[in-house]
Design a protein. Structure first.
Length: 232
């Protein structure tokens, strides 16, 4: 591992860069890091059973996707909002007939707002589709795969194509300077004290149960998804 002002870098095979991500994740956890930003990073970092051009590509494109609008956050589709807009408009006409001009204006304005929200949701959906296609098919062929949130900034790319063994470069930076120092100390401790790092692998308990006739416990089922590594 190389350490610089820009972060912790590892060049090597897929297994070696996966291990690098696991070590950084373990160090963050040991430093007391938790919460959505940590979980987001833990989900994005490359895993042993994944492929760079498929799984990491997909996760990176999803992370880069345009944010949800108000309608999407409310769980409403453009059609839902258009339907509500029509109802508000009908209500506005009824208020006019009743002589309630103030309420009629309010309902009319609500109708306009729902139409605008429907257009916003539809536009975001269209942009997201184009963005995903462009990112996955074009941008990731020209640049590294990037991850960035308030906790971690990282990038990974394949280098040395055509060689006997695929090589990758994975660089991770911890954005908080104080936390970065703690992580650095822990990573050095791992280097000094851990002879062999056990890389997480995805378990397939269903296969074991069918082929070997072994009954899998609930605890084993819950452990199928990759977790942070343990060390010896």
């Amino acid at each position: 591992m190389e350490e610089s002002i820009s972060g912790f870098k590892r060049r090597g095979t897929w297994g070696e860069v996966v291990e690098h991500g696991e070590r950084v994740t373990r160090a963050l956890a040991d430093a007391g890091t938790e919460g959505p930003a940590f979980e987001e990073w833990d989900d994005w970092r490359p895993k042993s059973h994944e492929r760079l051009g498929e799984d990491v590509n997909k996760k990176t494109a999803e992370k880069a996707s345009i944010a949800e609008g108000e309608g999407e956050k409310a769980g409403k589709s453009p059609n839902d909002d258009l339907k509500t807009a029509g109802e508000k408009l009908t209500d506005s006409y009824e208020k006019v007939e009743e002589g309630d001009g103030e309420s009629a204006v309010e309902s009319w304005q609500d109708s306009i707002n729902y139409v605008a929200r429907a257009a916003d949701s539809a536009g975001r959906k269209a942009l997201r589709k184009v963005e995903d296609t462009v990112y996955r098919k074009v941008m990731t062929q020209l640049a590294p795969y990037y991850f960035d949130n308030e906790l971690v900034s990282a990038n990974i790319q394949q280098v040395g194509r055509g060689s006997d063994e695929e090589q990758f470069v994975f660089e991770v930076n911890v954005n908080d300077d104080e936390l970065k120092t703690t992580v650095s100390d822990l990573l050095q401790q791992f280097e000094d004290e851990v002879d062999r790092w056990h890389i997480d692998t995805e378990k397939d308990t269903e296969v074991a149960e069918v082929v070997e006739g072994v009954e899998v416990t609930d605890a084993e089922r819950e452990s199928e998804s990759p977790t942070r590594s343990t060390t010896n």
